[in-house]
Ligand binder design. Structure first.
Ligand code: SF4
Ligand code: MSK
Length: 674
């Protein structure tokens, strides 16, 4: 008789090591908790699923059904004799460039469509069709109107008088909407830049014709058998990235007008902001049109009373990703976490509802929510999840408050379904956030002479070595938050003022870097002194992903204030996305480089498989834009590449000598005085 073999024991799935996965204590605790409960998260999937080695090098083409054509990895010294090609003959450079600009198209579509939604809501408000929103910042409306070609004054009886705000709003709304499909000219936003930059773009032929067209153009020219010149492909990449910047800028402008321009406020960050005895509602995604209403609904007396009725002490609203940053910077709503913490917020067992809109939302949220009482609401017509895993309440600006109230009511009523075993990690940090260009001007120059000159002055005298924009996502392929924090700390230690947005801003907040008194602990002497005098943290949180335009706007203000050259490529500033993961990051990276700002990405860029194309991005672009891309995974080297660039610009401006004086320590000074 043949003996039956016992079935092989099922191998236990590999699980993430919490300490290798994140430097954040709350995240580590919740990863442990997820393992206790047997709930899989992205940290575990990152351990079990490896990246494709051809894909990360950028040399897999699947643009037609004769592929995917996976080119072999380049051999050392392949330059000039590269014979690798796809079936149609597409070279490594063509394939990598096509893939790269398709990422730009994806990012530009996401950002600019966000801008379009905001513009549509603004138009509906201006027409009086959406009465739940108001124009909260008429001063900003008047300030931006001329840039949309709208007059703010009208002649009456030979005198210039102020126009009615609603008329201005309507014309601005119509002009903004026109940016997506205008014919025969270029988008308006590039005109905000210094003349030298605008003229450079004009000469290079990269001014966007309209926002939608530049995205469509990429999808056309990267179709099988169209553009086969990587330089020409990248020219379109730059044009589409500037279209992305245009759409993002409009989003920031109109959100500020409708919801209020941010000014510094105190809040908190990390999972510890959730409250055991409150109804916890988390908003997540990017577009603030619904979350603005959720904030209002959650604060209403009716909802408070309902919360008390179900046994809760109140309603705790918090946020994840950029929707979080939008409601943080305008209302002080705390950040529950950044991109990689979205599943963990549900694993606390205390999340009564998670309300998602668009972008950066894990499909696995539905699987995690199923293990708990959490109600997961999708709200956007283009971002649904399979039913019944999520509840779809489609948001419509025409009955915005009604939709928001419905969601908050369901969340509050769900409080009673919570399990007994709730574990909210205690970790949270206070933060000061909400820095807009307008209020940085005020901080530096006061109400009547708001200016960036004080900043310039301190760059020139060397107290501030330079400025860095450190922005962007988390990436499960690198230890959560660690690269961001190491880069930021190395920069501020070397007197570089850091501006941040997106999940990078949340990272800085979670680590306590967004508090003015941290300057003394982490900054070099020059930056510490400025932070103390002005009363600002060394890291300024400027908002969401679309608000990277605030950072560009600040860079423009520096040039306008004088003494820093004539263009963005002239002064000591650099960009960084240390833990990037999204196509939007590539679109942002390209518009920042196209604007003349040297930019370093962490992790990898999908360009290593095409050495010539890589050389073009990391060296060749300098001739065109006065700036290049760079890649550096090691955070300290990453920061020092930025510092070296900043020092190079200081030397070019002739202000490097002033800096040397600041490097003196107290003993040197005392010696001098003696
Ligand atoms: Fe292969 Fe060319 Fe088709 Fe790409 S377009 S999959 S390289 S045959
Ligand atoms: S949310 S794009 S993970 S920053 Fe803007 Fe965060 Fe990156 Fe999404």
């Amino acid at each position: 008789m043949v003996e039956k073999k016992a079935p092989a024991a099922k191998k236990a799935p590999k699980l993430a090591d919490p300490i290798e996965a994140s430097v954040d204590k709350a995240t580590q605790k919740m990863i442990v908790r997820s393992h206790e409960l047997g709930v899989e998260t992205i940290f575990d999937r990152a351990v079990t699923m490896k990246q494709c080695n051809i894909g990360i090098q950028g040399i897999c083409c699947k643009n037609c059904a004769m592929g995917p054509c996976r080119l072999p990895l380049p051999k050392a010294g392949i330059e000039g004799e590269d014979t690798r090609k796809g079936l149609c003959g597409a070279t490594a450079n063509t394939i990598a460039a096509r893939n790269f600009i398709r990422m730009i198209a994806g990012g530009a579509a996401a950002h600019s469509d966000h801008g379009r939604t905001v513009a549509e809501v603004f138009l509906s408000v201006a027409r009086g069709e959406s009465t739940d929103y108001k124009i909260k910042d008429p001063i900003k409306l008047i300030q931006i109107a001329p840039s949309y070609g709208v007059d703010t004054k009208v002649e009456v009886d030979g005198e210039m008088v102020d126009r009615d705000i609603s008329e201005i709003a309507l014309e601005v709304a119509e002009a903004a909407m026109g940016e997506w499909g205008k014919v025969g000219s270029h988008t308006l936003i590039p005109k905000h830049f210094p003349e030298a930059r605008y003229e450079r773009w004009k000469k290079l032929g990269v001014l966007p014709r309209n926002i939608d067209r530049e995205i469509v153009d990429i999808m056309h020219r990267t179709h099988m058998g169209v553009d086969q010149d990587y330089k020409n492909l990248m020219k379109q990449g730059a044009r589409a990235a500037l279209a992305d910047m245009s759409g993002s800028w409009i989003a920031t402008d109109l959100q500020d007008v409708m919801f209020g321009t941010p000014s510094p406020l105190i809040s908190e960050a990390n999972l510890g902001v959730m409250k055991q005895d409150h109804v916890n509602i988390i908003v997540h995604g990017h577009e603030p049109v619904l979350s603005e209403m959720i904030v209002a609904a959650a604060q209403s007396t009716e909802m408070m009373e309902l919360a008390n009725k179900v046994g809760a002490k109140g309603i705790q609203l918090s946020g994840i990703c950029c929707t979080a940053n939008e409601v943080l910077q305008r209302h002080g709503v705390p950040n529950a976490g950044n991109f990689l913490q979205q599943e963990l917020a549900i694993i606390t067992g205390a999340c009564d509802a998670m309300v998602v809109d668009v972008q950066c939302v894990f499909q696995n949220l539905a699987n995690v929510a199923k293990c708990f009482h959490t109600k997961l609401f999708t709200t956007h017509p283009m971002a649904k999840m399979e039913q019944p895993n999520a509840i779809h309440i489609e948001f419509d600006e025409h009955h915005a408050m009604e939709d928001a109230t419905r969601i908050v009511t369901e969340a509050v009523e769900n409080f009673k379904n919570r399990g007994a075993d709730v574990q909210i990690p205690a970790e949270k940090q206070p933060q000061v956030a909400g820095f807009s260009v307008e209020n940085i001007k005020y901080h530096l120059g006061g109400t009547f002479r708001g200016t960036f000159y004080t900043l310039n002055d301190n760059i020139i005298n060397g107290r501030i070595r330079g400025v860095a924009g450190v922005v962007g996502c988390n990436n499960a392929r690198t230890q959560h938050n660690s690269i961001h924090l190491a880069v930021i700390k190395e920069l501020i230690k070397n007197d570089v003022l850091v501006l941040t947005t997106g999940c990078g801003g949340i990272t800085a907040a979670m680590d306590g870097l967004l508090q003015p008194d941290t300057a003394a602990a982490y900054c070099g002497p020059g930056l510490a002194e400025i932070c103390e005098v002005v009363g600002i943290p060394p890291v300024l949180h400027m908002g969401s992903c679309v608000d990277n335009t605030r950072i560009l706007n600040a860079a423009i203000e520096v040039v306008k204030a004088g003494g820093m050259g004539n263009d963005l490529c002239d002064w000591p500033v650099a960009g960084s996305a240390p833990e990037w993961m999204s196509e939007k990051a590539i679109a942002i990276g390209q518009y920042v480089v196209s604007s003349g700002i040297y930019t370093v990405f962490g992790g990898y860029l999908p360009i290593d498989g095409a050495p010539e194309f890589k050389k073009y991005l990391t060296e060749g672009m300098d001739e065109l834009y006065g700036a290049t891309w760079d890649v550096e995974a090691d955070p300290i080297k990453h920061a020092h590449k930025m510092i070296a660039h900043i020092d190079k610009k200081r030397a070019e401006l002739g202000i490097d000598k002033a800096r040397e004086r600041v490097l003196m320590d107290m003993a040197d000074r005392q010696a001098l005085e003696a």
